[in-house]
Ligand binder design. Sequence first.
Ligand code: PLP
Length: 395
Amino acid sequence: MKITYLDNNATTAVAPEVLEAMLPYLSDYYGNPSSMYRFAGRAEAGLSLAREQVAELLGATPEEIIFTACGTESDNAAIHSALSSQPDKRHIITTKVEHPAVLATAQQLENSGYSVTWLGVDEKGRLDLEEARASFRPDTALIAVMYANNETGNVYPIAEIAAMAAERGVQMLTDAVQAVGKIPFKLSELPVNFLALSGHKLHAPKGVGALYVRRGTPFRPFITGGHQEHGRRAGTENVASIVALGAACELAGKHIDDENTRVRALRDKLEKGLLERVSLAMVNGDEKSRLPNTLNIAFKNIEGESILLLLDRLGICASSGSACTSGSLEPSHVLRAMGVPFTHVHGSLRLSLSRYNTESDVDLVLKELPLIVEHLRSISPYREDQEPRVCAGQF
Ligand code: PLP
């Protein structure tokens, strides 16, 4: 069966160019990059090139890039470093809509005695800059705000928040796992201290990431051991995957215009077409400040999981707004923080595109999804006149 892949915020296909770049490091250049002989120098050269490629995409310098095993590790490493380099500061600011890589880490810190301010969002998932401004304290060690949300695609005002943090001498982390390669920005113009990214969201393999640490930011390693990554992240580097991440970043730079024109147009066609064809549907998120590839849409009175199962029969891959991994079908913490009505939150569907999607993928969804929604509504136990209950805006 042909797969129509519309779940690119979950993971992406490895680009053929990326695969080609990494394969020699699995077959021929298998030396340990820390070894002294020339043969290992090939692996070391692969790491250096990748560091330059990642830095180039971000507008950073190669020395500011540390390779990690994933976006989650990058987030954890930044949080750990900010707290251990400023032991007298015990306050963290973050948002209610972070990915669990930050959210669960902050919750754990809160349970162990740190003070955490959780910034809320409005019904479109937008932060209130005044609330952010008022949340800084003399003992604030770190503010962590994601660049773009993985569920809604919302893009946050990172430049404004970074300026507030810099003014107050507070370190800032932005989790840019969903933003890198999708929207253009330059760290030379963005005064964050840390930025996390992940290979598998931009057509590199899973299990590789990077952490940007601004020059001059004190850094305490999260993983200790050998001297790899200039003593900032111990453990023999995953050379082939790092080479792949570098190649993926170079490729992302070349495709970023396409992402913001052709991919955006496909997403907009999908959104418009679904809103025209399906009644009682609404977009979750901020249409004015959103990733070009993401559509989160809620269909009233049905279950997102049922939609996913029926889409799956047609080979269409998407995500729902529930954390079904827990087996509980709990609505996502992001949609709950936005106060999405109960009648809509369960019927939320995330469709996320990439440069490999085509017009025919969109046409297929526009043909099939309205029929699926109609069918599910015809057998739904919910009544049309049911009062919308708002989900508790907490997590
Ligand atoms: N942060 C965001 C915003 C994400 O979307 C993800 C993955 O979904 C992560 C962090 C975690 O990245 P990784 O899967 O590389 O650990």
